[in-house]
Design a protein around this ligand. Structure first.
Ligand SMILES: [Fe+2]
Ligand SMILES: [Fe+2]
Length: 165
């Protein structure tokens, strides 16, 4: 990418690992036609899924909304900020719902009903979040390269390391 920024590179890395998590979820959903028994293997997968989903949406979205988007708003770029924030609002509750069902299933297993909810919410989450990431990869990263000055970039990268890790 032209004129790569530090913060653009950090967000990109995060997007790639989220896509990996979502692909893992999609694979898990595709593998089981009927309600699966939760064995050690599946329990481990559910645990990891719940942890990464929560961290990724809460920290990553929080960073974008609290630290990155204000830089855009200051420069009058409100359209992209409104659109992406709106998408966050539709993804976050779904991600938390999937994570909550995964946590409950680690302890109690799935019932037909909780598996159906997990499958429906999980499938919807995969679709919405991959679409959102693709949009950010195409539009947001280019806008960062064009709009964010080097000293602001350095400050954002520093903040990112503190709040996201
Ligand atoms: Fe985002
Ligand atoms: Fe993002």
């Amino acid at each position: 990418m032209l004129n790569q920024t530090q913060i653009g590179a950090l967000l990109h890395q995060d997007h790639m690992s989220t896509i990996e998590t979502l692909q893992g979820l999609e694979e898990l959903l595709g593998k089981h036609r009927n309600t699966p028994a939760v064995d050690d293997d599946l329990r481990f997968q559910l645990k990891r899924l719940a942890r990464t989903l929560k961290a990724e949406v809460e920290k990553h979205f929080g960073f974008e909304e609290n630290h990155l988007f204000p830089v855009f708003v200051e420069q009058g770029e409100t359209g992209i900020v409104m659109m992406l924030t709106h998408e966050h609002r539709s993804i976050l509750p779904l991600a938390l719902q999937v994570a909550d069902i995964a946590v409950a299933a680690q302890e109690q297993g799935f019932t037909d009903e909780t598996w159906r909810n997990f499958r429906d919410a999980g499938g919807e989450l995969v679709e919405r979040e991959i679409f959102h990431i693709q949009k950010e990869e195409m539009g947001l990263l280019a806008a960062i390269s064009a709009l964010v000055e080097p000293e602001v970039d350095a400050r954002l990268a520093e903040t990112y390391r503190q709040v996201v890790g």
